[in-house]
Write a protein that binds this ligand. Structure first.
Ligand SMILES: Cc1ncc(COP(=O)(O)O)c(C=O)c1O
Length: 465
């Protein structure tokens, strides 16, 4: 959903304008056409809207021009795929030329309700017509409502809001350090160190970066935060020796690693971490920024393992594409935090929190979660049928709608071939894993189509040995 199509409501008559904006949104569904993927889509409508938004933004007309302009004015931090996306609806995205893509990347596990969900849109427009931002110097209703909902649906007693996943982890680092000081007032040197795992990803800011295992993300920026030890994900014996009273402030772990290559923890491993942290007075932090909020078919990924953390960090899908992060904590952790210990200008603003309430409403519905599990099983099965045992395919893993196809060669030529056939998927791990994290609203028909495109694109790898 591109916000440039939204008429800004007149503050004097917000309801009239809200109605008009929603009508405009709905009118986009009016005309259907069959596009390159052989699925009914709103190609004509989206093409016209994409054209309009380009004109409005004063953008160049073709993908080529946009890509050339980008290379001149943006800091070169992203190795982008050569696609300029202009609009989206459901699980479909459209580029500036009106080409259609089936989106199995969901903005890297962000757009769980797909693009332009009507209830999400209504919540955003309604809230924008009332109040978008207030400082955390004041109270606002959506923030408190969202916190109440998160607390009611999780292990947590309290919430701190941030603006992204890395910021949520940054807050968790500070809370863990403060917790250790607060709970060991007589200790000369309270525990300040952290344990993280191979293939983990926790973010790009200096603290979260220090907890991120990939050496090439960290080394250009060293010194990062000291005191982090990495240990093999899943290795109970090796971890046992490292979690120490008076030394380890917290252990950070993703119940399912996303960026690292779709590796799932075992119940035994998470249970061990829980009891080792308890024994050592360390906190257990689950980073569910990517795997949380319904993606596994459970509301929280850790529910599948029956192990509960002291802190859980969330971000990506929570506000349906608007920037948000959240740190969910137990009362024990929260009691260590005082006024002024942490804060953020934008975090937990009324607009993002209203959007998140609309997202949470849908995703937390048990029938929605059951559909994610069912579609995950279905898709994994057809992937196994179509790709399993074929050359270059090592393993198909993950569960719910967070799946990975591990290859014995780099995945990029395969991902490029899929994109050229109208399917967007991501890489992960050491570049040899295809990561599949579609919108959770995807249909079985769309999953069939995705599996077919993946199957047909696979032989491209034979040319890239
Ligand atoms: C598990 C995990 N934690 C943290 C982050 C960082 O989130 P953000 O990019 O919103 O800062 C990511 C991003 O991919 C992630 O996958």
């Amino acid at each position: 959903m591109s916000s440039v199509h939204i008429r800004l409501p007149n503050p004097l008559s917000p309801q009239v304008n809200l109605r008009r904006s929603i009508d405009l949104h709905k009118s986009r569904r009016a005309s259907y056409a069959t596009a390159c993927l052989n699925v009914e889509v709103e190609a004509a409508d989206n093409k016209a809207l994409a054209e309009k938004s380009k004109l409005k933004l004063g953008l160049a007309k073709s993908s080529k021009e946009v890509i050339e302009a980008e290379a001149k004015v943006l800091v070169g931090t992203y190795a982008r795929a050569p696609v300029v996306l202009a609009s989206g609806k459901g699980c479909k995205l459209y580029d500036v030329e009106g080409r259609e893509y089936l989106d199995m990347s969901a903005g890297i596990a962000v757009n769980s309700l797909g693009h332009g969900d009507e209830d999400w849109f209504k919540a955003v427009v309604e809230q924008a017509s009332l109040l978008t931002h207030v400082s955390n110097v004041y109270y606002s209703v959506p923030q408190v409502e969202l916190a109440k909902r998160l607390v009611a649906s999780s292990f947590a007693d309290r919430v701190f809001f941030s603006n992204s996943g890395t910021e949520a982890n940054e807050a968790a680092i500070k809370f863990a350090r403060k917790f250790q000081r607060y709970s060991n007032p007589d200790a000369k040197e309270p525990a300040t160190e952290f344990i993280a795992f191979t293939n983990c990803f926790h973010g790009r800011t200096m603290g979260a970066l220090a907890l991120t295992s990939k050496q090439q993300y960290r080394s250009p920026f060293e010194p990062v935060m000291p005191g982090v030890t990495f240990v093999e994900y899943g290795n109970i014996q090796a971890t046992k020796e490292l979690i120490q009273r008076g030394k380890t402030a917290a252990v950070f772990v993703e119940p399912i690693q996303g960026e690292g290559g779709i590796y799932s923890a075992t119940k035994e491993f998470l249970q061990f971490l829980r009891s080792a942290c308890d024994d050592a007075g360390a906190l257990l932090v689950f980073d569910e920024v990517q795997c949380g909020l319904g993606r596994t078919g459970c509301l929280w990924a850790h529910e599948a393992f029956g192990v509960f953390p002291d802190i859980m960090t969330l971000a990506k899908p929570l506000a349906g594409g608007l920037p948000i992060g959240a740190v969910l904590v137990t009362e024990r952790v929260a009691s260590a935090i005082n006024y002024g210990d942490h804060g953020s200008t934008f975090a937990g603003g009324p607009l993002v929190c209203s959007a998140a309430l609309a997202v949470l409403d849908k995703i937390s519905n048990p029938s929605f979660l059951a559909s994610v599990s069912k579609k995950g099983l279905y898709f994994k099965e057809i992937l196994k049928q179509k790709l399993g045992g074929r050359s270059h395919v090592r393993e198909i893993r993950g569960f719910g709608l967070i799946l990975g196809i591990e290859l014995d060669v780099p995945a990029t030529p395969f991902v490029d071939a899929c994109r050229n056939s109208g399917l967007l998927v991501l890489t992960a791990g050491k570049g040899n894993v295809v990561r599949i994290v579609p919108p959770l609203i995807i249909t079985e028909q769309e999953l069939d189509l995705a599996a077919e495109i993946l199957s047909q694109a696979l032989p491209v790898l034979d040319q890239h040995k």
